[in-house]
Design a protein around this ligand. Structure first.
Ligand code: ZN
Ligand code: ZN
Length: 241
């Protein structure tokens, strides 16, 4: 009771201020964005259940896109609610190359909030696994952006985070100039699970979903290690079409 009162006084003395417009935020919000700026972010309103690509608004109740219907990926579900443009693009860039931990926490918290409503009637995965970086890149960057995004999700959804469940091997050919099939083959050798699973559902966390090739490679490695199902959770997505 006393602690709640202290927090209220503290909040009124030092209100949360929106990062984008300097307006005061709702006191019960865990995100430093006001409601208006949050709604104005480039949200993908309706997406393929399986790969996260936007679905046309006029499609009757189809839940998967034509690509996934014809050729399903190894993961069962993708949550990637923001298009990689405007502010989210800037935040991802800051997180990756400018040491922007605050931006990473913001992206993770926005994703966590979205997951809470998305999984309201679905069972949550058993574990979180961040997409690993190669050790050299980790040494240069100092942090893995996927871990920074996973931390607020772990706290909000109470899902154990397995930071070292996977490794990314160093010696694979460059991804550029390769066909999609060659890229998948190349990537499938890049990730190795360091532990066995027994049918659990794993949520793989990363900063951006692009072609889905990395997600497919990580999912295949986890399934090979005994995972029952893989979901892909990224705050942002580049659009294929
Ligand atoms: Zn604002
Ligand atoms: Zn799809």
């Amino acid at each position: 009771m006393i602690i709640t009162m202290v927090f209220r006084v503290f909040d009124s003395l030092f209100p949360h201020v929106c990062l984008l417009c300097d307006q005061r935020c709702e006191t019960n919000s865990n995100i430093d964005l006001c409601g208006y700026c949050r709604d104005a972010l480039p949200w993908i309103r309706r997406a393929c259940h399986r790969c996260g690509e936007p679905l046309p608004m006029d499609t009757t109740d189809a839940r998967v896109c034509l690509t996934c219907a014809a050729n399903p990926p190894p993961f069962d579900r993708t949550i990637a609610p923001l298009r990689l443009e405007s502010y989210p693009r800037h935040w991802v860039h800051r997180l990756k190359y400018g040491g922007g931990l605050a931006e990473g926490r913001l992206l993770g918290t926005l994703l966590a909030d979205h997951l809470i409503s998305t999984y309201a009637s679905e069972e949550l995965p058993d574990y979180l696994v961040p997409v690993p970086l190669r050790w050299l890149r980790l040494a240069v960057r100092g942090h893995n952006q996927a871990v920074i995004i996973a931390l607020p999700i772990k706290r909000a959804l109470h899902i154990p985070l397995l930071r070292t469940a996977m490794i990314r091997k160093g010696h694979v050919a460059s991804q550029q100039q390769l066909s999609r099939r060659a890229r998948l083959n190349n990537l499938s050798r890049a990730f190795v699970a360091r532990r066995e699973f027994s049918g659990e559902t794993i949520a793989v966390v990363d900063d951006v979903m692009t072609t889905g090739a990395t997600a497919a490679a990580v999912a295949s490695a986890l399934l090979a290690a005994g995972a029952g199902s893989v979901h892909i959770w990224c705050p942002t997505r580049t659009l294929l079409s």
